[in-house]
Ligand binder design. Structure first.
Ligand code: M6R
Length: 614
Protein backbone atom coordinates (compact mmCIF):
# COMPACT_ATOMS: atom_id res chain seq x y z
CA UNK A 1 0.00 0.00 0.00
CA UNK A 2 1.12 3.66 -0.10
CA UNK A 3 4.59 4.44 1.21
CA UNK A 4 6.02 7.56 2.81
CA UNK A 5 9.64 8.71 2.93
CA UNK A 6 11.01 12.01 4.21
CA UNK A 7 14.40 13.52 4.92
CA UNK A 8 15.73 16.65 6.57
CA UNK A 9 19.45 17.14 7.19
CA UNK A 10 22.61 18.32 5.44
CA UNK A 11 22.83 15.76 2.63
CA UNK A 12 21.10 15.95 -0.75
CA UNK A 13 17.61 14.70 -0.06
CA UNK A 14 16.78 13.30 -3.52
CA UNK A 15 18.94 10.13 -3.55
CA UNK A 16 17.96 9.36 0.04
CA UNK A 17 14.28 9.75 -0.81
CA UNK A 18 14.37 7.64 -3.97
CA UNK A 19 16.42 4.91 -2.30
CA UNK A 20 13.81 4.93 0.46
CA UNK A 21 11.01 4.64 -2.12
CA UNK A 22 12.78 1.64 -3.67
CA UNK A 23 12.86 0.02 -0.21
CA UNK A 24 9.09 0.51 0.01
CA UNK A 25 8.31 -0.87 -3.45
CA UNK A 26 7.42 -4.24 -1.94
CA UNK A 27 4.32 -2.67 -0.36
CA UNK A 28 2.67 -2.33 -3.80
CA UNK A 29 1.96 0.98 -5.60
CA UNK A 30 1.04 2.49 -8.94
CA UNK A 31 2.58 5.98 -8.96
CA UNK A 32 5.41 7.83 -7.26
CA UNK A 33 6.39 11.39 -6.47
CA UNK A 34 8.75 13.66 -4.59
CA UNK A 35 8.72 17.22 -3.21
CA UNK A 36 12.05 18.99 -2.62
CA UNK A 37 12.75 22.28 -0.92
CA UNK A 38 15.84 23.85 -2.51
CA UNK A 39 18.28 26.49 -1.21
CA UNK A 40 16.20 29.28 -2.80
CA UNK A 41 13.19 28.02 -0.86
CA UNK A 42 11.49 26.80 -4.01
CA UNK A 43 9.23 23.83 -3.46
CA UNK A 44 9.50 21.51 -6.49
CA UNK A 45 7.16 18.57 -6.97
CA UNK A 46 7.82 15.81 -9.51
CA UNK A 47 5.52 12.83 -9.94
CA UNK A 48 4.73 10.06 -12.39
CA UNK A 49 2.41 7.16 -12.96
CA UNK A 50 4.53 4.01 -12.76
CA UNK A 51 7.58 2.84 -10.90
CA UNK A 52 10.15 4.68 -8.79
CA UNK A 53 12.63 4.10 -11.64
CA UNK A 54 10.22 6.05 -13.91
CA UNK A 55 10.29 8.89 -11.39
CA UNK A 56 14.11 8.88 -11.40
CA UNK A 57 14.10 9.07 -15.20
CA UNK A 58 11.51 11.86 -15.16
CA UNK A 59 13.66 13.89 -12.76
CA UNK A 60 16.78 13.72 -14.93
CA UNK A 61 17.85 17.26 -15.89
CA UNK A 62 15.43 18.85 -13.39
CA UNK A 63 16.29 20.75 -10.24
CA UNK A 64 16.52 17.99 -7.66
CA UNK A 65 18.61 19.96 -5.17
CA UNK A 66 17.54 20.43 -1.57
CA UNK A 67 18.35 19.15 1.88
CA UNK A 68 14.73 18.53 2.85
CA UNK A 69 12.03 16.64 1.04
CA UNK A 70 9.17 14.19 1.15
CA UNK A 71 8.36 11.35 -1.25
CA UNK A 72 5.58 8.89 -1.80
CA UNK A 73 4.47 5.73 -3.55
CA UNK A 74 0.70 5.69 -4.09
CA UNK A 75 -1.65 2.70 -4.22
CA UNK A 76 -4.82 4.21 -5.68
CA UNK A 77 -7.92 4.47 -3.50
CA UNK A 78 -9.63 7.74 -4.59
CA UNK A 79 -9.07 8.40 -8.27
CA UNK A 80 -7.27 6.31 -10.86
CA UNK A 81 -3.50 5.86 -10.88
CA UNK A 82 -2.23 8.84 -12.90
CA UNK A 83 0.18 11.72 -12.56
CA UNK A 84 -2.41 14.20 -11.23
CA UNK A 85 -3.53 11.87 -8.47
CA UNK A 86 0.01 10.90 -7.45
CA UNK A 87 1.40 12.51 -4.28
CA UNK A 88 2.79 14.97 -3.18
CA UNK A 89 -0.03 17.48 -3.59
CA UNK A 90 0.44 21.24 -3.49
CA UNK A 91 -1.88 23.55 -1.60
CA UNK A 92 -3.60 26.25 -3.68
CA UNK A 93 -0.78 28.78 -3.20
CA UNK A 94 1.83 26.06 -3.78
CA UNK A 95 3.49 26.90 -0.47
CA UNK A 96 2.66 23.51 1.09
CA UNK A 97 3.27 20.00 -0.18
CA UNK A 98 1.71 16.98 1.48
CA UNK A 99 1.90 13.18 1.22
CA UNK A 100 -0.61 10.88 2.81
CA UNK A 101 -1.24 7.20 3.55
CA UNK A 102 -4.77 6.27 4.55
CA UNK A 103 -8.23 7.54 3.69
CA UNK A 104 -9.94 10.80 4.65
CA UNK A 105 -13.51 9.50 4.91
CA UNK A 106 -15.25 12.89 5.14
CA UNK A 107 -13.30 14.39 2.25
CA UNK A 108 -16.41 15.09 0.13
CA UNK A 109 -17.93 17.35 2.78
CA UNK A 110 -14.61 19.12 3.36
CA UNK A 111 -14.02 19.50 -0.38
CA UNK A 112 -17.47 21.00 -0.98
CA UNK A 113 -16.85 23.54 1.78
CA UNK A 114 -13.47 24.49 0.33
CA UNK A 115 -14.85 24.79 -3.20
CA UNK A 116 -17.49 27.18 -1.93
CA UNK A 117 -14.63 29.27 -0.57
CA UNK A 118 -12.96 29.41 -3.98
CA UNK A 119 -10.50 26.51 -3.74
CA UNK A 120 -9.88 24.55 -6.92
CA UNK A 121 -8.53 21.02 -7.15
CA UNK A 122 -6.06 19.42 -9.53
CA UNK A 123 -6.77 15.81 -8.54
CA UNK A 124 -9.57 13.51 -7.47
CA UNK A 125 -7.82 12.58 -4.23
CA UNK A 126 -8.86 12.94 -0.63
CA UNK A 127 -5.25 13.95 0.10
CA UNK A 128 -5.45 17.19 -1.87
CA UNK A 129 -8.48 18.15 0.21
CA UNK A 130 -6.39 17.84 3.37
CA UNK A 131 -3.55 20.06 2.14
CA UNK A 132 -6.04 22.69 1.00
CA UNK A 133 -7.83 22.53 4.32
CA UNK A 134 -4.56 23.10 6.19
CA UNK A 135 -3.77 26.13 4.03
CA UNK A 136 -7.29 27.49 4.43
CA UNK A 137 -7.08 27.21 8.24
CA UNK A 138 -3.58 28.73 8.28
CA UNK A 139 -4.44 31.78 6.22
CA UNK A 140 -8.03 32.18 7.41
CA UNK A 141 -7.15 32.05 11.13
CA UNK A 142 -3.69 33.57 10.76
CA UNK A 143 -2.04 30.73 12.72
CA UNK A 144 1.30 28.99 12.25
CA UNK A 145 1.54 25.84 10.17
CA UNK A 146 1.82 23.51 13.18
CA UNK A 147 -1.42 24.85 14.63
CA UNK A 148 -3.08 24.71 11.22
CA UNK A 149 -2.16 21.03 10.83
CA UNK A 150 -3.45 20.27 14.30
CA UNK A 151 -6.76 22.06 13.73
CA UNK A 152 -7.23 20.50 10.30
CA UNK A 153 -6.63 17.00 11.62
CA UNK A 154 -9.27 17.57 14.29
CA UNK A 155 -11.80 17.96 11.45
CA UNK A 156 -10.70 14.81 9.67
CA UNK A 157 -12.54 11.50 9.93
CA UNK A 158 -10.51 8.51 8.76
CA UNK A 159 -6.99 7.19 8.81
CA UNK A 160 -3.81 9.03 8.01
CA UNK A 161 -0.05 9.12 8.14
CA UNK A 162 1.06 12.43 6.63
CA UNK A 163 4.19 14.48 6.02
CA UNK A 164 4.02 18.17 5.14
CA UNK A 165 6.70 20.53 4.02
CA UNK A 166 6.28 24.31 3.82
CA UNK A 167 8.16 26.69 1.51
CA UNK A 168 8.44 29.40 4.19
CA UNK A 169 9.75 26.96 6.84
CA UNK A 170 12.69 25.01 5.42
CA UNK A 171 13.89 24.10 8.92
CA UNK A 172 11.26 21.47 9.62
CA UNK A 173 8.88 18.85 8.26
CA UNK A 174 5.63 18.09 10.06
CA UNK A 175 4.32 14.54 10.36
CA UNK A 176 1.23 13.04 11.99
CA UNK A 177 -0.54 9.72 12.25
CA UNK A 178 -3.83 8.04 13.05
CA UNK A 179 -4.40 4.34 12.31
CA UNK A 180 -1.57 4.29 9.77
CA UNK A 181 2.04 3.78 10.81
CA UNK A 182 4.77 6.42 10.81
CA UNK A 183 8.37 6.05 11.96
CA UNK A 184 11.00 8.77 12.49
CA UNK A 185 14.66 7.71 12.19
CA UNK A 186 17.14 9.66 14.30
CA UNK A 187 20.52 10.41 12.75
CA UNK A 188 23.21 12.94 13.65
CA UNK A 189 21.82 16.34 12.66
CA UNK A 190 19.48 14.58 10.25
CA UNK A 191 16.16 12.82 10.46
CA UNK A 192 14.40 10.25 8.30
CA UNK A 193 10.68 9.72 8.02
CA UNK A 194 8.98 6.59 6.70
CA UNK A 195 5.82 4.54 6.81
CA UNK A 196 7.83 1.51 7.92
CA UNK A 197 11.37 1.08 9.10
CA UNK A 198 12.81 -0.39 5.87
CA UNK A 199 13.92 2.94 4.27
CA UNK A 200 15.46 4.02 7.58
CA UNK A 201 17.67 0.99 8.24
CA UNK A 202 20.20 2.21 5.63
CA UNK A 203 20.89 5.26 7.81
CA UNK A 204 20.18 4.62 11.48
CA UNK A 205 18.82 2.03 13.90
CA UNK A 206 17.31 4.56 16.32
CA UNK A 207 13.66 5.31 15.72
CA UNK A 208 10.56 6.80 17.23
CA UNK A 209 7.16 5.28 16.40
CA UNK A 210 4.48 7.95 16.43
CA UNK A 211 1.31 7.04 18.34
CA UNK A 212 -2.22 7.65 17.06
CA UNK A 213 -3.28 11.31 16.94
CA UNK A 214 0.25 12.58 17.50
CA UNK A 215 1.95 15.28 15.47
CA UNK A 216 5.74 15.58 15.32
CA UNK A 217 7.76 18.54 14.14
CA UNK A 218 11.00 17.20 12.71
CA UNK A 219 13.69 19.89 12.84
CA UNK A 220 17.03 19.57 11.09
CA UNK A 221 19.16 19.94 14.20
CA UNK A 222 17.09 19.36 17.28
CA UNK A 223 15.09 16.48 18.74
CA UNK A 224 11.60 15.95 17.30
CA UNK A 225 8.89 17.85 19.11
CA UNK A 226 5.84 15.61 19.61
CA UNK A 227 2.36 16.99 20.38
CA UNK A 228 -1.08 15.50 20.74
CA UNK A 229 -3.95 16.81 18.64
CA UNK A 230 -5.06 18.55 21.85
CA UNK A 231 -1.70 20.38 21.85
CA UNK A 232 -0.16 18.54 24.82
CA UNK A 233 3.64 17.99 24.61
CA UNK A 234 4.58 14.28 24.59
CA UNK A 235 7.92 12.57 25.32
CA UNK A 236 8.59 10.06 22.57
CA UNK A 237 10.36 6.78 23.32
CA UNK A 238 13.41 6.01 21.19
CA UNK A 239 13.61 2.36 20.10
CA UNK A 240 16.57 0.41 18.71
CA UNK A 241 15.73 -1.49 15.51
CA UNK A 242 16.93 -5.07 15.16
CA UNK A 243 16.73 -5.48 11.39
CA UNK A 244 19.80 -6.24 9.30
CA UNK A 245 20.31 -4.82 5.81
CA UNK A 246 20.72 -8.32 4.32
CA UNK A 247 17.05 -8.94 5.14
CA UNK A 248 16.19 -6.23 2.63
CA UNK A 249 18.29 -7.67 -0.21
CA UNK A 250 17.55 -10.62 -2.50
CA UNK A 251 21.11 -11.95 -2.35
CA UNK A 252 21.60 -14.89 -4.75
CA UNK A 253 17.85 -15.37 -5.31
CA UNK A 254 15.96 -14.00 -8.34
CA UNK A 255 12.98 -13.01 -6.18
CA UNK A 256 12.32 -12.22 -2.54
CA UNK A 257 9.52 -14.80 -2.55
CA UNK A 258 11.91 -17.63 -3.41
CA UNK A 259 14.42 -16.38 -0.85
CA UNK A 260 11.71 -16.29 1.79
CA UNK A 261 10.46 -19.80 0.92
CA UNK A 262 14.02 -21.07 1.32
CA UNK A 263 14.49 -19.22 4.61
CA UNK A 264 11.75 -21.23 6.30
CA UNK A 265 13.90 -23.89 8.00
CA UNK A 266 15.82 -21.09 9.68
CA UNK A 267 12.84 -18.83 10.42
CA UNK A 268 11.04 -21.71 12.13
CA UNK A 269 14.16 -22.44 14.20
CA UNK A 270 14.25 -18.74 15.14
CA UNK A 271 10.57 -18.83 16.03
CA UNK A 272 11.11 -21.83 18.36
CA UNK A 273 14.30 -20.44 19.93
CA UNK A 274 13.90 -19.81 23.65
CA UNK A 275 10.41 -21.34 23.51
CA UNK A 276 10.98 -25.02 22.80
CA UNK A 277 13.51 -26.84 24.97
CA UNK A 278 13.81 -30.31 23.57
CA UNK A 279 16.31 -31.50 26.21
CA UNK A 280 13.83 -30.78 28.99
CA UNK A 281 10.77 -31.78 26.94
CA UNK A 282 9.34 -28.37 27.57
CA UNK A 283 7.64 -25.62 25.62
CA UNK A 284 6.76 -22.22 27.03
CA UNK A 285 5.36 -19.09 25.44
CA UNK A 286 5.87 -16.24 27.87
CA UNK A 287 2.86 -14.39 26.48
CA UNK A 288 0.69 -17.33 27.59
CA UNK A 289 2.36 -18.10 30.89
CA UNK A 290 2.27 -14.44 31.99
CA UNK A 291 -1.53 -14.57 31.63
CA UNK A 292 -2.07 -18.23 32.42
CA UNK A 293 -5.23 -17.74 34.50
CA UNK A 294 -6.91 -15.87 31.65
CA UNK A 295 -6.26 -18.77 29.27
CA UNK A 296 -7.32 -21.42 31.79
CA UNK A 297 -10.60 -19.60 32.37
CA UNK A 298 -11.34 -18.82 28.72
CA UNK A 299 -14.85 -19.79 27.69
CA UNK A 300 -14.16 -19.24 24.01
CA UNK A 301 -11.41 -18.14 21.65
CA UNK A 302 -12.12 -15.87 18.68
CA UNK A 303 -9.44 -15.66 16.01
CA UNK A 304 -9.37 -12.49 13.88
CA UNK A 305 -7.30 -12.09 10.72
CA UNK A 306 -7.34 -11.45 6.97
CA UNK A 307 -5.96 -13.32 3.94
CA UNK A 308 -3.14 -15.73 4.60
CA UNK A 309 -3.21 -14.92 8.31
CA UNK A 310 -6.85 -16.02 8.34
CA UNK A 311 -5.79 -19.36 6.87
CA UNK A 312 -3.28 -19.71 9.71
CA UNK A 313 -6.19 -18.89 12.04
CA UNK A 314 -8.24 -21.77 10.60
CA UNK A 315 -5.41 -24.16 11.43
CA UNK A 316 -5.38 -22.54 14.89
CA UNK A 317 -9.04 -23.49 15.31
CA UNK A 318 -8.28 -27.17 14.68
CA UNK A 319 -5.27 -27.04 17.04
CA UNK A 320 -6.85 -25.17 19.93
CA UNK A 321 -10.03 -27.24 19.89
CA UNK A 322 -8.08 -30.50 19.69
CA UNK A 323 -5.51 -29.79 22.38
CA UNK A 324 -7.20 -27.25 24.69
CA UNK A 325 -10.87 -28.23 24.34
CA UNK A 326 -11.86 -24.56 24.08
CA UNK A 327 -14.42 -23.65 21.39
CA UNK A 328 -12.87 -21.48 18.70
CA UNK A 329 -14.40 -19.20 16.08
CA UNK A 330 -12.33 -17.85 13.20
CA UNK A 331 -13.51 -14.58 11.74
CA UNK A 332 -12.51 -12.29 8.91
CA UNK A 333 -11.66 -9.06 10.74
CA UNK A 334 -13.55 -7.07 8.10
CA UNK A 335 -16.79 -8.97 8.75
CA UNK A 336 -16.41 -9.14 12.51
CA UNK A 337 -15.98 -5.39 12.92
CA UNK A 338 -19.24 -4.54 11.17
CA UNK A 339 -21.60 -7.29 12.30
CA UNK A 340 -22.36 -6.48 15.95
CA UNK A 341 -20.72 -9.69 17.22
CA UNK A 342 -21.34 -11.18 20.66
CA UNK A 343 -18.12 -10.81 22.68
CA UNK A 344 -17.85 -11.91 26.32
CA UNK A 345 -15.37 -10.43 28.80
CA UNK A 346 -13.94 -13.90 29.37
CA UNK A 347 -13.33 -14.46 25.66
CA UNK A 348 -9.79 -14.56 24.37
CA UNK A 349 -9.29 -12.92 21.02
CA UNK A 350 -6.24 -13.92 18.98
CA UNK A 351 -5.40 -11.35 16.30
CA UNK A 352 -3.03 -12.65 13.62
CA UNK A 353 -1.20 -10.29 11.29
CA UNK A 354 2.19 -10.42 9.60
CA UNK A 355 2.43 -6.64 9.21
CA UNK A 356 0.71 -5.73 12.46
CA UNK A 357 -0.89 -2.84 10.56
CA UNK A 358 -3.92 -4.35 8.81
CA UNK A 359 -6.67 -1.75 9.22
CA UNK A 360 -9.57 -4.20 9.56
CA UNK A 361 -7.78 -6.31 12.15
CA UNK A 362 -6.85 -3.21 14.15
CA UNK A 363 -10.48 -2.05 14.15
CA UNK A 364 -11.73 -5.53 15.12
CA UNK A 365 -9.26 -5.55 18.05
CA UNK A 366 -10.64 -2.23 19.29
CA UNK A 367 -14.14 -3.69 19.27
CA UNK A 368 -13.01 -6.76 21.23
CA UNK A 369 -11.14 -4.63 23.76
CA UNK A 370 -14.16 -2.40 24.32
CA UNK A 371 -16.19 -5.53 25.14
CA UNK A 372 -13.58 -6.48 27.74
CA UNK A 373 -12.03 -9.47 25.92
CA UNK A 374 -8.36 -10.28 26.39
CA UNK A 375 -6.52 -9.75 23.09
CA UNK A 376 -3.45 -11.77 22.12
CA UNK A 377 -1.48 -10.69 19.03
CA UNK A 378 0.52 -12.94 16.72
CA UNK A 379 2.57 -10.55 14.61
CA UNK A 380 5.82 -10.37 12.75
CA UNK A 381 6.71 -6.69 12.63
CA UNK A 382 8.16 -5.69 15.98
CA UNK A 383 6.71 -2.43 17.32
CA UNK A 384 3.86 -2.34 14.79
CA UNK A 385 0.38 -1.18 15.78
CA UNK A 386 -1.20 -4.55 16.64
CA UNK A 387 1.42 -5.61 19.21
CA UNK A 388 1.15 -2.14 20.70
CA UNK A 389 -2.62 -2.44 20.99
CA UNK A 390 -3.00 -5.96 22.42
CA UNK A 391 -2.81 -7.28 25.99
CA UNK A 392 -0.19 -9.90 25.24
CA UNK A 393 1.21 -11.79 22.28
CA UNK A 394 3.99 -13.61 20.49
CA UNK A 395 6.18 -12.38 17.68
CA UNK A 396 6.83 -14.78 14.83
CA UNK A 397 10.47 -13.63 14.47
CA UNK A 398 10.90 -14.35 10.75
CA UNK A 399 12.62 -11.07 9.88
CA UNK A 400 11.34 -8.73 7.19
CA UNK A 401 9.00 -10.40 4.69
CA UNK A 402 9.19 -8.49 1.43
CA UNK A 403 7.42 -10.71 -1.12
CA UNK A 404 3.79 -9.62 -1.24
CA UNK A 405 2.73 -13.26 -1.15
CA UNK A 406 3.25 -14.30 2.42
CA UNK A 407 5.27 -17.50 2.90
CA UNK A 408 7.68 -17.57 5.83
CA UNK A 409 5.33 -15.41 7.94
CA UNK A 410 2.52 -17.94 7.36
CA UNK A 411 4.49 -20.98 8.52
CA UNK A 412 5.66 -19.08 11.60
CA UNK A 413 2.07 -18.02 12.41
CA UNK A 414 1.06 -21.68 12.23
CA UNK A 415 4.03 -22.61 14.40
CA UNK A 416 3.08 -20.03 17.06
CA UNK A 417 -0.48 -21.40 17.06
CA UNK A 418 0.88 -24.95 17.47
CA UNK A 419 3.04 -23.79 20.38
CA UNK A 420 0.09 -21.93 21.93
CA UNK A 421 -2.19 -24.96 21.66
CA UNK A 422 0.20 -27.38 23.24
CA UNK A 423 1.33 -24.89 25.89
CA UNK A 424 -2.27 -24.16 26.96
CA UNK A 425 -3.21 -27.85 26.59
CA UNK A 426 -0.36 -28.84 28.91
CA UNK A 427 -1.41 -26.23 31.49
CA UNK A 428 -5.05 -27.39 31.27
CA UNK A 429 -4.13 -31.08 31.26
CA UNK A 430 -6.12 -31.54 28.07
CA UNK A 431 -3.20 -33.01 26.13
CA UNK A 432 -1.84 -36.42 27.16
CA UNK A 433 1.82 -36.36 28.21
CA UNK A 434 2.86 -38.89 25.62
CA UNK A 435 1.31 -36.88 22.81
CA UNK A 436 2.87 -33.67 24.14
CA UNK A 437 6.31 -35.25 24.09
CA UNK A 438 5.76 -36.77 20.66
CA UNK A 439 4.73 -33.40 19.17
CA UNK A 440 7.74 -31.67 20.75
CA UNK A 441 10.10 -34.22 19.33
CA UNK A 442 8.48 -33.99 15.87
CA UNK A 443 8.50 -30.19 16.06
CA UNK A 444 12.21 -30.26 16.59
CA UNK A 445 12.64 -32.12 13.28
CA UNK A 446 10.42 -29.82 11.20
CA UNK A 447 13.19 -27.48 9.94
CA UNK A 448 15.21 -30.44 8.61
CA UNK A 449 12.14 -31.93 6.97
CA UNK A 450 11.44 -28.63 5.23
CA UNK A 451 15.04 -28.65 4.01
CA UNK A 452 14.37 -32.07 2.48
CA UNK A 453 11.28 -30.73 0.66
CA UNK A 454 13.20 -27.70 -0.62
CA UNK A 455 15.67 -30.11 -2.22
CA UNK A 456 12.87 -31.03 -4.61
CA UNK A 457 12.70 -27.46 -5.93
CA UNK A 458 13.98 -28.42 -9.39
CA UNK A 459 11.47 -31.29 -9.65
CA UNK A 460 8.65 -28.93 -8.68
CA UNK A 461 9.89 -26.33 -11.16
CA UNK A 462 9.75 -29.00 -13.87
CA UNK A 463 6.27 -30.03 -12.83
CA UNK A 464 5.08 -26.42 -12.94
CA UNK A 465 5.57 -26.43 -16.75
CA UNK A 466 2.81 -29.04 -16.98
CA UNK A 467 0.30 -26.63 -15.51
CA UNK A 468 0.98 -23.24 -17.08
CA UNK A 469 -1.82 -23.90 -19.63
CA UNK A 470 -4.54 -23.89 -16.96
CA UNK A 471 -6.92 -21.01 -16.27
CA UNK A 472 -8.47 -22.61 -13.20
CA UNK A 473 -7.20 -24.81 -10.39
CA UNK A 474 -8.93 -26.64 -7.57
CA UNK A 475 -7.13 -27.41 -4.31
CA UNK A 476 -8.57 -30.02 -1.95
CA UNK A 477 -7.78 -31.13 1.58
CA UNK A 478 -9.46 -32.32 4.73
CA UNK A 479 -8.81 -31.65 8.41
CA UNK A 480 -5.55 -29.76 8.91
CA UNK A 481 -5.01 -29.89 5.14
CA UNK A 482 -8.19 -27.98 4.29
CA UNK A 483 -6.78 -24.55 5.28
CA UNK A 484 -3.63 -25.54 3.38
CA UNK A 485 -5.76 -26.12 0.27
CA UNK A 486 -7.12 -22.59 0.65
CA UNK A 487 -3.69 -21.11 1.27
CA UNK A 488 -2.21 -22.98 -1.73
CA UNK A 489 -5.00 -21.59 -3.92
CA UNK A 490 -4.50 -18.04 -2.61
CA UNK A 491 -0.75 -18.22 -3.29
CA UNK A 492 -1.41 -19.26 -6.87
CA UNK A 493 -4.00 -16.59 -7.63
CA UNK A 494 -2.03 -13.79 -5.98
CA UNK A 495 1.08 -14.16 -8.07
CA UNK A 496 0.08 -15.99 -11.26
CA UNK A 497 -3.40 -14.39 -11.71
CA UNK A 498 -4.81 -17.87 -12.32
CA UNK A 499 -8.19 -18.51 -10.75
CA UNK A 500 -7.91 -21.10 -7.99
CA UNK A 501 -10.20 -22.28 -5.20
CA UNK A 502 -9.49 -24.34 -2.10
CA UNK A 503 -12.22 -26.70 -0.88
CA UNK A 504 -12.72 -29.21 1.91
CA UNK A 505 -12.56 -32.36 -0.20
CA UNK A 506 -15.89 -33.79 0.98
CA UNK A 507 -17.66 -30.61 -0.15
CA UNK A 508 -16.76 -31.31 -3.80
CA UNK A 509 -19.84 -33.48 -4.22
CA UNK A 510 -22.05 -30.61 -3.12
CA UNK A 511 -21.34 -28.53 -6.20
CA UNK A 512 -17.73 -27.90 -7.27
CA UNK A 513 -17.32 -31.39 -8.76
CA UNK A 514 -19.36 -30.05 -11.72
CA UNK A 515 -16.23 -28.13 -12.71
CA UNK A 516 -14.05 -31.21 -13.11
CA UNK A 517 -12.93 -32.28 -16.59
CA UNK A 518 -9.68 -33.23 -18.30
CA UNK A 519 -8.51 -29.59 -18.32
CA UNK A 520 -8.97 -29.00 -14.60
CA UNK A 521 -5.83 -29.47 -12.49
CA UNK A 522 -6.77 -30.65 -9.01
CA UNK A 523 -4.15 -30.35 -6.31
CA UNK A 524 -4.89 -32.71 -3.44
CA UNK A 525 -3.21 -32.77 -0.07
CA UNK A 526 -3.43 -36.41 0.90
CA UNK A 527 -1.05 -36.91 3.80
CA UNK A 528 -1.43 -39.75 6.31
CA UNK A 529 -3.95 -38.56 8.82
CA UNK A 530 -7.34 -39.40 10.26
CA UNK A 531 -9.12 -38.73 6.96
CA UNK A 532 -6.61 -40.38 4.60
CA UNK A 533 -8.95 -43.18 3.52
CA UNK A 534 -11.82 -40.73 2.98
CA UNK A 535 -9.48 -38.58 0.95
CA UNK A 536 -8.71 -41.53 -1.30
CA UNK A 537 -12.43 -41.86 -2.11
CA UNK A 538 -12.55 -38.12 -2.92
CA UNK A 539 -9.54 -38.52 -5.22
CA UNK A 540 -11.21 -41.48 -6.98
CA UNK A 541 -14.26 -39.29 -7.61
CA UNK A 542 -12.07 -36.68 -9.29
CA UNK A 543 -10.21 -39.31 -11.30
CA UNK A 544 -13.50 -40.82 -12.48
CA UNK A 545 -14.27 -37.42 -14.06
CA UNK A 546 -10.88 -37.17 -15.76
CA UNK A 547 -9.49 -34.44 -13.48
CA UNK A 548 -5.66 -34.11 -13.61
CA UNK A 549 -4.44 -34.81 -10.13
CA UNK A 550 -1.28 -33.58 -8.49
CA UNK A 551 -1.10 -35.07 -5.00
CA UNK A 552 0.99 -34.03 -2.04
CA UNK A 553 1.62 -37.33 -0.26
CA UNK A 554 3.81 -38.72 2.48
CA UNK A 555 6.95 -40.67 1.61
CA UNK A 556 5.33 -43.81 3.05
CA UNK A 557 2.26 -43.47 0.80
CA UNK A 558 1.41 -46.43 -1.39
CA UNK A 559 -2.19 -45.78 -2.42
CA UNK A 560 -2.60 -42.22 -3.71
CA UNK A 561 0.60 -42.60 -5.75
CA UNK A 562 -1.20 -45.21 -7.87
CA UNK A 563 -4.16 -42.96 -8.62
CA UNK A 564 -2.71 -39.48 -9.04
CA UNK A 565 -1.14 -38.25 -12.29
CA UNK A 566 1.72 -36.54 -10.46
CA UNK A 567 2.91 -36.68 -6.86
CA UNK A 568 5.20 -34.67 -4.64
CA UNK A 569 6.43 -36.51 -1.57
CA UNK A 570 6.90 -34.91 1.80
CA UNK A 571 8.23 -36.47 5.02
CA UNK A 572 5.85 -37.95 7.59
CA UNK A 573 5.19 -36.00 10.77
CA UNK A 574 2.58 -35.63 13.53
CA UNK A 575 -0.81 -34.85 11.98
CA UNK A 576 -1.11 -31.44 13.65
CA UNK A 577 2.30 -30.40 12.24
CA UNK A 578 1.56 -31.49 8.68
CA UNK A 579 0.55 -27.96 7.49
CA UNK A 580 4.13 -26.81 8.12
CA UNK A 581 5.33 -29.33 5.53
CA UNK A 582 2.48 -29.59 3.03
CA UNK A 583 2.41 -25.85 2.29
CA UNK A 584 6.06 -25.80 1.14
CA UNK A 585 5.60 -27.60 -2.24
CA UNK A 586 2.48 -25.50 -2.87
CA UNK A 587 4.44 -22.28 -2.31
CA UNK A 588 7.11 -23.50 -4.71
CA UNK A 589 4.56 -24.62 -7.30
CA UNK A 590 2.81 -21.22 -7.30
CA UNK A 591 6.14 -19.45 -7.50
CA UNK A 592 7.34 -21.44 -10.53
CA UNK A 593 4.02 -21.22 -12.37
CA UNK A 594 4.02 -17.43 -11.87
CA UNK A 595 7.63 -17.13 -13.07
CA UNK A 596 6.84 -19.25 -16.15
CA UNK A 597 3.95 -16.94 -16.90
CA UNK A 598 6.28 -13.94 -16.65
CA UNK A 599 4.53 -12.39 -13.64
CA UNK A 600 6.02 -9.82 -11.28
CA UNK A 601 6.21 -12.33 -8.44
CA UNK A 602 7.30 -10.00 -5.65
CA UNK A 603 4.97 -7.16 -6.59
CA UNK A 604 1.85 -8.70 -8.14
CA UNK A 605 -0.62 -6.30 -9.73
CA UNK A 606 -3.18 -4.55 -7.53
CA UNK A 607 -1.83 -6.07 -4.31
CA UNK A 608 -0.23 -4.38 -1.34
CA UNK A 609 1.96 -5.94 1.31
CA UNK A 610 0.39 -4.10 4.18
CA UNK A 611 -3.32 -3.28 3.87
CA UNK A 612 -3.57 -0.15 5.97
CA UNK A 613 -6.95 0.97 4.61
CA UNK A 614 -10.18 -0.94 4.96
O1 M6R B 1 -0.30 -8.27 7.47
P1 M6R B 1 -1.44 -9.22 7.56
O2 M6R B 1 -1.04 -10.59 7.89
O3 M6R B 1 -2.52 -8.73 8.51
O4 M6R B 1 -2.08 -9.23 6.12
C1 M6R B 1 -3.25 -9.95 5.84
C2 M6R B 1 -3.42 -10.14 4.36
O5 M6R B 1 -3.50 -8.92 3.71
C3 M6R B 1 -2.26 -10.95 3.76
O6 M6R B 1 -2.11 -12.17 4.40
C4 M6R B 1 -2.48 -11.17 2.26
O7 M6R B 1 -3.54 -12.06 2.06
C5 M6R B 1 -1.17 -11.66 1.64
N1 M6R B 1 -0.96 -11.01 0.39
C6 M6R B 1 -1.13 -13.12 1.47
O8 M6R B 1 -0.08 -13.59 0.71
Amino acid sequence: MCGIVGYIGRQNAFPILTKGLHRLEYRGYDSAGVALLNQENELNIYKVKGRVSDLELFCEGKDISGHAGIAHTRWATHGEPNQANAHPHYSQSESLALIHNGIIENYTVLKTGLMQKGYTFQSETDTEVLVQLIEYIKTGNNVDIITAVRLALKQVVGAYAIAIIERQNPEFIIVARKSSPLVVGIGKDEFFIASDASPIIDHTDKVIYLEDEEIAVIHRDKAPQVLSLANVEKTPQTIQLEVSLSELEKGEYPHFMLKEIFEQPQTLRDCMRGRVNIDCNNLTLSGIIDHKERFLKARRIIILACGTSWHAGLIGEYLLEEFCRIPVEVEYSSEFRYRNPVIYPDDIVIAISQSGETADTLAAIELAKKAGAFVYGICNVVGSSIPRNTNSGSYTHVGVEIGVASTKAFTAQVLVLIMMAINIGKEKNTIPNEQYEHILSELNQIPEKIEAILEQNIIIEDLSKTFTYAHNFIYMGRGYSYPIAMEGALKLKEISYIHAEGYPAAEMKHGPIALIDQDMPVIVIATHDGTYEKMISNIQEIKARNGRILAIVNQSDNKVKNIADYVIEIPNTAECLSPLLSIIPLQLLSYHIAVKKGRDVDMPRNLAKSVTVE
